[in-house]
Design a binder for this molecule. Structure first.
Ligand SMILES: N[C@@H](CCC(=O)N[C@@H](CS)C(=O)NCC(=O)O)C(=O)O
Length: 213
């Protein structure tokens, strides 16, 4: 299934379920690049490598962006940074200094939440006899630790102009709403909930909802 902007020269391997794809879609929108690529629905699973996608990305992962010359970019960090070099509007990647380090650190934190959430999702989907309660417990523990840390630090984090760190953290919290709503991450975390509500109201986020297709 090929979606939107059929005339565009770049192609994004895409899924409406993927938090990392959503991250790059939001970044593209923030940089005015939402019409600069076509999307192709690519179905990925760690246990089922996608052979066509592997011609572009041997890791068989989303997102993967194929450029006009046929070369491909991955992962989401590289694609977001690439969009930052070709797009317009405020940069998502501060050039240097503490602002850059903070943005990259928070990007790592947001990406890290998405990484363990994907592990958790897979584990949760296994038949009960095959499920590792140890692994799921570890994911719970990490989730609580990360959210508590963010509740403590979000005031400082939010003081920077909007950057890739905010974008990744916001995408990660949206993914919790999409797949882990029962965890009730907002409970006892009013500052983080308030920040996320402001993130979720950005036009770039509204234009790129998560969905089961
Ligand atoms: N570090 C990567 C993570 C990407 C990732 O894990 N993508 C998932 C989909 S949301 C995937 O492709 N999973 C398939 C697999 O692991 O084989 C990024 O930032 O793009």
């Amino acid at each position: 299934m090929t979606e939107r902007t059929p005339q565009a020269s770049m192609l994004l391997h895409w899924s409406p379920r993927s938090p990392f794809v959503r991250k790059v879609l939001i970044a593209a929108h923030e940089r005015g690049l939402q019409d600069s690529f076509r999307t192709v629905r690519s179905i990925v699973h760690p246990e089922v490598p996608h052979e066509e996608l592997m011609a572009d990305n041997p890791l068989s992962k989303l997102p993967t962006l194929v450029l006009a010359d046929g070369s491909a970019l991955y992962d989401s960090r590289v694609i977001c940074e690439f969009f930052d070099t070709i797009g317009q509007g405020p940069s998502l990647f501060p050039a240097s200094g503490p602002a850059r380090v903070g943005a990259l650190r928070d990007q790592a934190l947001g990406d890290g939440i998405m990484d363990f959430a994907l592990v958790w999702l897979l584990e949760r989907a296994r038949p009960e006899v095959m499920r590792s309660t140890k692994l799921i417990d570890a994911c719970h523990l990490k989730l609580r630790a990360v959210l508590n840390r963010l509740e403590r630090d979000i005031g400082t984090i939010a003081a920077r102009p909007f950057d890739i760190g905010h974008l990744s953290l916001g995408a990660a919290l949206l993914y919790l709403d999409f797949r882990f709503a029962a965890e009730g991450w907002r409970e006892g975390r009013p500052a983080l909930a308030d920040w996320q509500a402001r993130f979720a109201a950005r036009p770039s986020v509204i234009a790129n909802p998560a969905a089961d297709d």
